[in-house]
Design a protein around this ligand. Structure first.
Ligand code: DHB
Ligand code: FE
Length: 285
């Protein structure tokens, strides 16, 4: 039986990827940010997951305004690195897990979540920067990835509540996969940030810290946050936080916070990072 052993959230700022690729992680600006991921890099080496169900949003790299799936699942053997305007990042191609992905697609669709099945897709900083933060610069990623892409770019994105319920369905799907796999679920994006308009540069530390607290203390409070509140409190790109609720829904009722990091700013964004463990005994590794 496959089982979900942990959840990870992290912001996915593209400049973090550039700092790694251009070997600037030791500079005054970046060193404190990368120090905040040291614990998690050691932790994940020990955990050695087989597969990451990696929830992220595409930033008009693989999709355009012509086709906008709300929820999509990557079922391919592998996912090339998207060119976001400066050439693809110099990181390994992402290896998929087509068997698990197809099982998830079937289970989720029959569970009434209408996933778009993607058999060919480049992946952008939303997916690769979190991998770089946790795994560094390997010649091949030490894990397979099932990408779950969420539209948070073009109105209307899904609600936080819908995302949480998708996470619960992902858990049911993983637990009904008949292979002995150590699966993690990751939610990327956030925290507060706004990249354009009159409020560009907005950061809201009290909102972010309450959100970090409630990922383990009171997730029901987070499930109720409407779009307008994300916009008002966390800026226009703060809506990426709904993807954290997919991860959280997949971990079950109670979780233990193993690690937390919060740092302001990286580029225009407040960076938040959590490592959570499901408390359900069946899931403890
Ligand atoms: C930035 C953050 C993002 O989440 C993103 O997708 C693009 C840019 C930033 O802070 O620069
Ligand atoms: Fe983003």
């Amino acid at each position: 039986m496959a089982r979900i052993t942990a959840g990870v959230t992290t912001s996915h700022v593209p400049a973090i990827g550039a700092a790694i690729d251009l070997e600037k992680t030791d500079t005054d600006y970046w060193a404190p940010l990368f120090a905040g991921y040291k614990w998690s890099k050691e932790w994940i080496e020990e955990e050695d997951p087989d597969v990451i169900v990696l929830v992220y949003n595409d930033h008009a790299s693989a999709f355009s305004l012509e086709v906008i799936p709300t929820f999509a699942i990557g079922c391919a053997d592998e996912f090339p690195i998207a060119d976001e305007g400066f050439g693809p990042r110099p990181v390994p191609v992402v290896q998929g897990h087509p068997e698990l992905a197809c099982h998830l697609a079937q289970s989720l669709i029959l569970d009434e979540f209408d996933m778009t099945v993607i058999n060919q897709m480049g992946v952008d900083h939303g997916l690769t920067v979190p991998l770089s933060l946790l795994f560094g610069q390997p010649t091949a990623w030490p894990v397979r990835v099932v990408p779950i892409m969420v539209n948070v770019i073009q109105y209307p994105p899904p609600t936080g509540e819908r995302c949480f319920k998708l996470g619960q369905a992902i858990r049911r799907a993983v637990e009904s996969f008949d292979q002995n796999l150590n699966v993690q679920v990751w939610g990327t994006g956030g925290m507060s940030h706004q990249l354009q308009g009159a409020r560009a540069g907005l950061i809201n530390q009290p909102f972010d810290n309450a959100f970090l607290d409630n990922m383990s203390a009171d997730v029901n409070a987070l499930r109720k946050i409407p779009h307008i509140e994300y916009l008002r409190e966390a800026g226009s790109e703060g809506i990426e936080l709904v993807m954290w609720l997919i991860m959280r829904g997949a971990l079950g009722e109670d979780v233990e916070e193993l690690f937390r990091f919060y740092h302001v700013p990286a580029s225009n964004t407040a960076v938040g990072h959590l490592v959570l463990r499901p408390l359900d005994a069946r899931h403890a590794s």
